[in-house]
Design a protein around this ligand. Structure first.
Ligand code: GLU
Length: 283
């Protein structure tokens, strides 16, 4: 079976060197393993997505010389798929409605509450004890204890390296607590969409930053519950700025097109990020 890789940016800003690194590593590994590289536009966040960012992302990737197989999958066109996946979890009693607001949650847990790997306080269980009326705006959370029981055994993830060697690591999805799988504003969440899309797109190899490594534990649990295949993962180091901080849109890291405006060529970006010539697929 031909390996399938994907690069999955969110169009809520412009690409910076961190995205370029991730895209180039996907390109390099896809070429090395004779795989296909797909593009996915992760635009469930309809409030923050802008069409001009989608166009800019595609243009920047094109400028870098990265070629993708087929047309990109846009998550906002597949909300029905995510609704169907959520229904399957709901029918098994694995989701519960949560009407808590951010303010209520902050007040309920206090400053010293244990946090999930993203730094969000673990859900204190408020709406498990007192079910909100269906007409109140609500999210849906995974009932982690029931989900772990339904998984029926340990959840394991498979890592791969650039030489294709594989290792297996035990997952700890419980550290995410009762994670939100269906947001209040859209009928899905990053975690639910990503596992569905990876399965629909036939992704076999996930290459993304270390900042998403912990999310893989939750993704593996969802894949187990939904009966979806488990891609192998490689979580790469993050590109940092000269203060050692990771590049981020929220920190206004210099966009790729700014480098371009200042005269950098695609080869300069490739070289700066440690990539050689554009890899040629083996024939
Ligand atoms: N859309 C995510 C981001 O831009 C990446 C998701 C993934 O690779 O799983 O950070």
């Amino acid at each position: 079976m031909q390996p399938v890789f994907r690069f999955a940016p969110s169009p809520n800003g412009l690409l910076h060197l961190g995205h370029a690194f991730s895209a180039l590593l996907n390109e390099e590994l896809a070429a090395r393993f004779d795989g296909r590289l797909l593009l996915r536009i992760e635009d469930i966040d309809v409030g923050r997505t802008r069409t001009e960012f989608v166009a800019a992302i595609r243009e920047d990737l094109d400028w870098l010389g990265i070629r993708f197989h087929g047309e990109p999958r846009r998550q906002s066109e597949h909300f029905d798929d995510y609704r169907a996946a959520a229904s399957r979890l709901r029918e098994r009693g694995l989701l519960f409605r949560c009407a808590c607001t951010r303010g209520e949650l902050a007040a309920a847990v206090g400053p010293l509450a244990p946090r999930d790997p993203d730094g969000t306080p673990l859900y204190p269980g408020t709406c498990r004890r007192c079910v909100p009326a269906p007409e109140r705006p609500h999210a849906e959370r995974l009932a982690m204890d029931r989900a772990l029981a339904a998984a029926g055994g340990p959840v394991v993830r498979t890592l791969f390296d650039a030489q294709g060697r594989e290792t297996h690591v035990a997952c700890d999805p419980a550290r995410w607590g009762d994670a939100v799988l269906v947001r209040k504003d859209v009928p899905t969440s990053y975690h639910l969409s990503v596992v569905l899309d990876d399965a629909v797109q036939g992704v076999t190899h996930v290459v993304r930053g270390k900042d998403l490594e912990a999310a893989t534990d939750l993704h593996r649990l969802l894949q187990t519950l939904l009966g979806l295949p488990a891609p192998r993962c490689l979580h790469h180091d993050l590109v940092t700025d000269d203060t050692g901080e990771k590049l981020a849109k929220s920190r206004f890291s210099k966009p790729l097109r700014e480098w371009r405006r200042e005269g950098a060529a695609p080869e300069d970006i490739r070289r700066m990020l440690g990539f050689g010539q554009k890899p040629m697929p083996r024939t």
